[in-house]
Design a protein around this ligand. Structure first.
Ligand SMILES: Cc1ncc(C[n+]2csc(CCOP(=O)(O)OP(=O)(O)O)c2C)c(N)n1
Ligand SMILES: [Mg+2]
Length: 580
């Protein structure tokens, strides 16, 4: 076990000498090792002290990352999980520790990220008495977890932990909470307990029904304007290669969801980029006009579909999803396929399909792509163009960086202009849209993939929601490149007020911001401020050749907007700002 704080060597020796009988907490640490956990994000407190004590005494090789806020811990675990494919592990104390995790748990639930979260709980004898730092973690987390437990008997711990890791990472991934009362962590388990579990009610269907696969292909043979919508399910299933083969074999264009970015190469001729509220015109018009839509691992969320009355109105819909509850939830679906995306795509590829000439459809899409690309004004009058800057970051990282984003305009510019060709290099809060996500997620991503370049793209508002984690860059020597697209505003809110509230900028202008350079420096991190476009190339050169963390405060055009946009309530074919 690596203990991060430097302890007095004498005290350490003393502690090591302290013989203690094996407790439930010791057992828990053993179980984490069995699950191959290499990194744990957490924060101690009264009810989890036995677990932290066991961690200290244990001879285990995993890193405990002491974030400076529990929300930082859970967002970091999400970033780690998203880019590694492994389950993220979080530990927090009872009461405020647990409730500080709630946004992150909800975020992981909505974006299907595998997490196992351990919360301390007050001892069983006082549960229900409003004891100090008691909160009803089971009650609070029931609607926001894939599953949750409160351990009632220390002998259940091995089974519960095995089950939790299984549930979090299989089927549609999601967060699982294990609430551990203090008396359980302090109990003295004797003997060997079973890790075996039997979950007859939880048997995710991974293999597609062959008849449904044939239906998907027959409909493809009859379609004149077929389209694939590819979501994050493709990434979770590790099915990007199969998706590419399938799209290429039948020459079907591909639209990505925000969370699915990278599951199909963004520079591929069949790629239409991201669809939805700030998607490309070509992507949205293709969804509007297609006569056959194959959704693979996306959940037809409202930011993607716009007004459902106008979503794919002429299309027959096939939907491949591991979660049957998603199929038909928002969009009427003629061909449901409950399956893992990889297994479904493999089955589709194993079956013959008659080639169909879609030349007219492709030509039409090409016109849309060429005539109405994503655009932005570019004159260096009032600051740096954020879209141009994201493209520059792409250029300086050869498009190979792991990019995490915060929420707001910065997120959409990153999604639109950091074209991803590779999978699992993108972490963004999609379903919940949680500000404060991007920076801790970058920390988790860098810990999970230490050899990759990690760029964290933030707004000046959202960065301030978890800036306390800057110290981790110094402490763990993580070379995360923190980019702030600083518009001195809650930009996305300001944009909506401009468009839909007659420019009444109620509480959206951040005319008071900290000096981000000094802030970074106070955490031992290199800080830079860049105000002119002329300085951008040199700054990026410096940032990406520097062997350590940097925070760069880029002063962007304050009133720049994210375009195009599907206004609330409108259909995706009614985009505004498609052209200059
Ligand atoms: C926790 C949380 N609170 C509020 C919001 C609503 N919200 C969405 S975008 C946004 C503005 C974000 O401002 P900033 O971080 O500076 O990013 P910008 O849009 O300027 O790029 C707000 C307040 C949110 N998404 N999350
Ligand atoms: Mg901002």
């Amino acid at each position: 076990m690596k203990v991060e704080a430097k302890m007095d060597p004498q005290a350490t020796e003393q502690a090591a000498k302290t013989e203690k009988p094996r407790t439930g907490a010791d057992l828990l640490i053993e179980l984490l090792e069995e699950q191959d956990v290499d990194t744990v994000f957490g924060y101690p407190g009264g009810a989890v002290l036995p677990i932290y004590d066991a961690m200290y005494r244990a001879d285990r090789e995993f890193k405990h990352i002491l974030t400076r806020h529990e929300q930082g811990a859970i967002f970091a675990a999400e970033g780690y999980a998203r880019v590694t494919g492994k389950t993220g592990v979080v530990i927090a104390t009872s009461g405020p520790g647990a409730t500080n995790l709630i946004t992150g748990i909800t975020d992981a639930m909505m974006d299907s990220l595998p997490l196992v979260i351990f919360t301390g709980q007050v001892a069983k004898t006082v549960i229900g008495t409003d004891a100090f730092q008691e909160s009803d973690v089971l009650g609070i987390t029931t609607p926001i977890t894939k599953y949750n437990y409160q351990v009632d008997d220390v002998r259940d711990l091995p089974r519960v932990v095995s089950e939790a890791f299984h549930i979090a990472s299989t089927g549609r991934p999601g967060p699982v909470v294990i609430d551990i009362p203090k008396n359980i962590a302090e109990a003295l388990p004797e003997g060997i307990f079973s890790r075996e579990f039997n979950l007859p009610g939880y048997q995710p269907t991974t293999k597609p029904n062959p008849k449904q696969i044939v239906k998907v292909l027959r409909a493809l043979e009859n379609a004149k304007k077929p389209l694939i919508l590819a979501g994050a399910g493709v990434l979770f299933a590790g099915a990007t290669e199969e998706l590419k083969q399938f799209a290429e074999r039948s020459e079907v264009p591909v639209v990505n969801t925000l969370l699915g970015l990278g599951n199909f190469p963004g520079t591929h001729p069949l790629s239409l980029g991201m669809g939805g509220m700030h998607g490309s015109y070509a992507a949205n018009m293709a969804m509007y006009e297609c006569d056959y839509l194959i959704n693979i691992g996306a959940r037809f969320d409202d930011r993607l579909t716009g007004n459902l009355d106008h979503y794919a109105p002429n299309a027959k819909v096939a939907h491949i999803d591991i979660d049957p509850a998603e199929i038909g939830k928002n969009v009427v679906t003629e061909i449901p396929v409950v399956a893992d995306a990889k297994e479904a795509l493999q089955a589709l590829l194993a079956n013959e399909v008659k080639p169909v000439d879609h030349a007219e459809w492709h030509a039409h899409i090409e016109v849309n792509k060429e005539k109405y690309p994503l655009w932005y004004e570019h004159d260096d009058k009032e600051g740096i163009s954020p879209q141009w800057l994201v493209k520059k970051i792409h250029e300086h990282t050869d498009g190979n960086a792991i990019v995490t984003t915060d929420v707001g305009q910065n997120q959409m510019w990153a999604a639109q202009f950091y074209t991803l060709d590779k999978p699992n290099n993108w972490a963004s809060s999609g379903g919940l849209g949680s500000m404060g996500f991007g920076f801790p997620a970058a920390i988790g991503a860098q810990l999970g993939r230490p050899d990759d370049v990690v760029v964290s793209i933030n707004g000046d508002g959202g960065f301030q929601m978890n800036l306390q984690e800057l110290i981790l860059l110094k402490q763990w020597n993580l070379p995360v490149k923190v980019i702030i697209l600083n518009n001195c505003a809650l930009g996305m809110v300001r944009q909506w007020q401009e468009d839909f509230y007659d420019e009444r900028y109620s509480e959206s202008l951040l005319d008071m911001n900290p000096d981000f350079v000094k802030l970074a420096e106070s955490y031992g991190v290199r800080g830079m401020k860049i105000e002119e476009e002329a300085d951008v190339d040199a700054a990026l050169e410096d940032i990406f050749s520097y062997d350590g963390p940097v925070l760069a405060d880029f002063r962007i055009i304050p009133k720049e907007r994210v375009l195009p946009i599907v206004a609330p309530g409108k259909g995706i074919h009614q985009m505004l700002g498609v052209e200059k």
